[in-house]
Design a protein around this ligand. Structure first.
Ligand code: AP5
Length: 226
């Protein structure tokens, strides 16, 4: 397989960020997490951040045209030439169509969409205990993935915070937004035969193992097809 153009799909709190970081270490491909990009823009008070903040705080999606431009620029960069990992994009059918169009321009296509699936009840449990590092966005959970020292990131030592959009009422809105706007992408990618379903309810290390096996199988299938 010459290039790996991967998309991580799943509800809020399904573990996309947790697994994305690990895949990033394994595969050494650029990792574009739109939530992290937008939160950095909010912190830096850029124009993008000012536009995005009110949507994010309400649990809504930022407008398609805003986020499509950000990803199109990333995919044009030299570092993304041999592949990439997208986390949190696409999230609507117009975003998926824009991604196809952009990759089509570059003579490329999505290699696989890894759907990490968990139910709503589990999402609420997970986001209630999530802690995110202020500096690098590294993700922990007070019970399921605790840091070695309470309140401190294992990786860069910065403080661990509760995300503004992890308040229970915003989590419920984010879940409703996911079901309405993002879930249709499961069929979209299934019809294109690139969807791989992963049970996200297992502990993080097991989910990582299943993802690694899925990618290894894909490589074997691609080699056999040559
Ligand atoms: P974004 O940051 O992308 O949020 P999200 O998709 O809602 O996903 P999360 O980051 O909440 O969860 P995750 O799946 O990464 O789970 P995690 O690994 O952290 O987006 C935020 C906002 O930005 C959106 O609401 C929207 O406004 C805007 N936005 C972003 N992209 C956009 C786009 N394309 N278009 C428009 N707007 C956009 O895990 C969660 C917790 O569970 C952690 O505490 C973790 O330690 C724990 N955990 C992980 N895996 C497991 C496991 N297997 N078992 C037990 N616990 C686990």
């Amino acid at each position: 397989m010459s290039e790996l153009n991967l998309v991580l799909l799943g509800p809020p709190g399904s573990g996309k960020g947790t697994q994305g970081e690990r895949l990033n270490e394994d595969l050494r491909l650029p990792y574009y997490a739109t939530g992290d990009i937008l939160r950095a823009a909010v912190r830096e008070e850029t124009e993008l951040g000012r536009t995005a903040k009110r949507y994010m705080d309400a649990g809504d999606l930022v407008p398609d045209e805003v986020i499509v431009g950000v990803i199109a620029e990333a995919l044009d960069s030299a570092e993304a030439r041999d592949g990439f990992i997208l986390d949190g994009f696409p999230r609507t059918t117009p975003q998926a169509e824009a991604l196809d169009a952009k990759l089509g321009e570059l003579g490329r296509s999505v290699t696989a969409v890894l759907l990490i699936d968990v139910d709503d009840e589990e999402v609420v449990r997970r986001l209630g205990g999530r802690r995110t590092c202020e500096e690098g966005g590294h993700v922990f959970h007070v019970d399921f993935n605790p840091p070695r020292q309470e309140g401190v990131c294992d990786i860069d030592g910065s403080p661990l915070l509760v995300r503004d959009d992890d308040k229970p009422e915003v989590v419920r809105k984010r879940l409703a937004t996911y079901h309405e706007k993002t879930e249709p992408l499961i069929d979209y990618y299934d019809h294109r035969s690139v969807l791989r379903r992963i049970d996200g309810a297992a502990p993080p290390d097991e989910v990582t193992e299943v993802l690694r096996r899925t990618l290894a199988t894909m490589r074997l299938e691609a080699d056999e097809a040559v």
